[in-house]
Design a protein around this ligand. Structure first.
Ligand code: ADP
Ligand code: MG
Length: 628
């Protein structure tokens, strides 16, 4: 038996391995199964080019938990190693790799993220094991080898009597890692990291029911047999060509990824490039409404079918992190911090490639089945609007397919909307006035008033829409958005034939003064207007600018700090052609006049949703008194 000492600069590297990678202990299994996979695929390659004169067959990898013996076995049928190879690959190369990794890691230990996911390789076994054995037989004629190491730099290496080709790794699990002796824990890890690895992985057996033989009696139980329990799908959908897959295959793969999702995805995007970087994957647009799994079921990053992380921040543009699915790329550096990652050239290219593919997919959906696209709009608008705000490139493309729905369920693109409105929705400076509502219930009376005048009212109700309007107003010429209750419509939109006021100048002065005195509130600006006699007598509006600033503050508008609490500011528009308004003017008793004004104001506030709490209670009491 050969004994030796691994050449180390740190006296004992293993405690370091434990300490620095504390939270990531579980990756040992992924590393060892990855090595088993590499060894198997290496053999496949060697046999295919005639370098190895053995039968490749149908190799599998087996993971076994021996709870009593406190051991985990990882067994493969790959290339195996000779004694010399063990010395070289395990004692020297793997070790120096681990050492180098720890060196780097020490410096950036606080930079969490992807770091720590890869690089430690074989030696990650010592994060959970107090002793590790390798029993391995090369595919060549060389005798088998047996290596043991107890976590100190000392190892032993001797001949073994293993007959079959391949490698068995035996982990003697340490006292503080016995959680890994639970079948359920290992099962969980295998499904997290190895669910789509390219070589079948066996974990235990399962019972399969066979068809009954023809001469079986009714009461005879169906025969069963024990079969290997293969936990992975070695050929996941994203590794195939889009032409090989049907719509149903994509849906099936979605269910495979997210077994707890009962809602089908809206559509998918198949990513597939090999130059200037290598990337495959499938992204799905989920239905986001009321989705509780939004935090849990995220896009997963794989490298060569090995799961790395489901935190793709910095790799996938932020607005697309609401999507689901898989991306697989060997070109994403993993032993680096997030900030370095974002500056990496390949990663930048990957990110903009993904953005472009998503935009192209949406554009083609829009073009090929507009009806379907409209039906899905509500579920996808958040992603699109967010993308338009955050990525200029995306804005340019999305501008052609982003939709603006009306309160009556029609959908326009921006261009169509401009065309539609240019006839009768412009202001005095010939600027297009785009009217919208953010809540059909709350703004009902205002929407009706606008529709009565023949105006088109959009329904823009997503939380970031005020930011988007701001962006559209600056990037397009001659347009402005105004909520239906932003201002009195006749002030917003140029009208050819404004009704003339029934009241004289003097009467108007006196009316204004009595309303101002009665209301006595700085938040209201009184505005007299001559409108149709059947329009409301009192209407409250809120200037678009002020309201939008407030909304943008709430949804985190950049650069809006310091604007603090903006004052409530309303216009009280008084229709001088309304009968009730004449009555207010002509009422002689001061008390009755005040009552008419206050009651009308409260009705206007009620209609705007401003009457609440005690004021509402008092209003209702007062109204009952009046109808008695
Ligand atoms: P990496 O996989 O990045 O090369 P590792 O530390 O995981 O680094 O493994 C070091 C080397 O040990 C591998 O490159 C391989 O040559 C050898 N090795 C590890 N596990 C096996 C195995 N199951 N079968 C054959 N060789 C292996
Ligand atoms: Mg490895």
């Amino acid at each position: 038996m050969a004994k030796g000492k691994i050449n180390v600069s740190v006296e004992n590297i293993f405690p370091l391995i434990k300490k620095f990678l504390y939270s990531d202990h579980e990756i040992f299994l992924r590393e060892l199964v990855s090595n088993a996979t590499d060894a198997t695929l290496k053999l496949k390659h060697l046999t295919s080019i005639g370098e190895a004169s053995v039968e490749y067959g149908n190799p599998i990898i087996e993971v076994k938990v021996d709870k009593e013996g406190k051991k985990i076995h990882i067994i493969d049928q790959g290339v195996g190693m000779t004694q010399d190879e063990v010395k070289k690959y395990i004692n020297e190369i793997a070790f120096s790799g681990a050492e180098e990794f720890l060196d780097k890691y020490k410096d950036s230990a606080k930079d969490s993220g992807i770091i720590g996911h890869f690089g430690l390789g074989f030696y990650s076994a010592f994060m959970v094991a107090e002793k590790v054995e390798i029993i391995t037989k090369s595919y060549t004629d060389a005798p088998a080898a047996h290596w043991t190491c107890d976590g100190s730099p000392n190892f032993t290496l001797e001949e073994a009597d293993k007959e079959t080709r391949g490698t068995e790794i035996v982990l003697h699990i340490a006292e503080d890692s016995t959680e890994f002796l639970e079948e359920s824990r290992i099962g969980e890890l295998l499904s997290k990291y190895n669910k789509f690895m390219p070589v079948p992985i066996k974990f235990g057996t399962k019972t399969e029911t066979l068809p009954k033989p023809e001469d079986a009696k009714e009461e005879d139980p169906a025969p069963t047999q024990e079969v290997d329990n293969i936990i992975n799908n070695p050929n996941p959908a994203w590794t195939k060509q889009p032409t090989e897959l049907k719509e149903e295959d994509y849906k099936q793969f979605y269910r495979e990824l997210y077994p707890m999702q009962f809602e089908e995805p809206l559509f998918h995007i198949h990513l597939n490039v090999d130059y200037p970087f290598n990337l495959t994957g499938i992204l799905y647009f989920p239905k986001l409404t009321n989705d509780l799994n939004i935090q849990k079921d995220r896009i997963a990053l794989y490298q060569n079918q090995v799961f790395v992380t489901d935190n793709v921040e910095g790799i996938v543009p932020e607005f697309l992190t609401m999507l689901r699915g898989v991306i697989d790329s060997p070109d994403i550096p993993l032993n680096v911090s997030r900030s370095y990652l974002q500056a990496d050239g390949a990663v930048k290219k990957i990110s903009s490639y993904i953005t472009r593919k998503v935009a192209d997919k949406l554009a083609s959906l829009f073009k090929n089945s507009r009806e379907d696209f409209e039906a899905k709009w509500n579920d996808i608008k958040i992603v699109i609007e967010y993308g338009m705000l955050s990525e200029e490139k995306f804005f340019e493309k999305a501008d052609k397919f982003a939709l603006y729905p009306t309160v009556d369920g029609a959908f326009y693109t921006f261009e169509e909307l401009q065309e539609k409105l240019k006839e009768n929705q412009t202001d005095k400076d010939d600027k297009l006035v785009i009217l919208y509502a953010s809540n059909q219930e709350e703004q009902h009376s205002y929407i009706e008033a606008a529709k009565d005048k023949g105006y088109e009212v959009l329904l823009l109700d997503s939380p970031i829409v005020s930011h988007l309007m701001q962006k559209l107003e600056t990037s397009k010429e001659n347009i402005s958005f105004a909520r239906v209750d932003a201002d009195h419509l006749d002030n917003l939109i140029k009208k050819e034939d404004t009704p003339i006021s029934k009241l004289s100048e003097e009467e108007q002065e006196s009316l204004k003064t009595s309303i101002e005195e009665t209301i006595n509130n700085k938040s209201y600006t009184i505005q007299l207007e001559a409108m149709d006699s059947n329009a409301s007598p009192f209407i409250i509006t809120e200037p678009e600018f002020m309201r939008r600033m407030k909304e943008m503050q709430q949804t985190g508008g950049g650069g809006m700090f310091g604007m603090g609490n903006m004052p409530e500011m309303y216009n009280l528009v008084v229709n001088t052609n309304h009968e009730l308004v004449s009555e207010i003017l002509n009422t002689k008793t001061a008390k009755k006049k005040a009552r008419l004004i206050n009651q009308s104001l409260d009705l206007a506030r009620l209609s705007k949703g401003l009457l609440k709490g005690e004021e509402l209670t008092n209003f209702i009491k007062r109204s009952y008194e009046m109808v008695k």
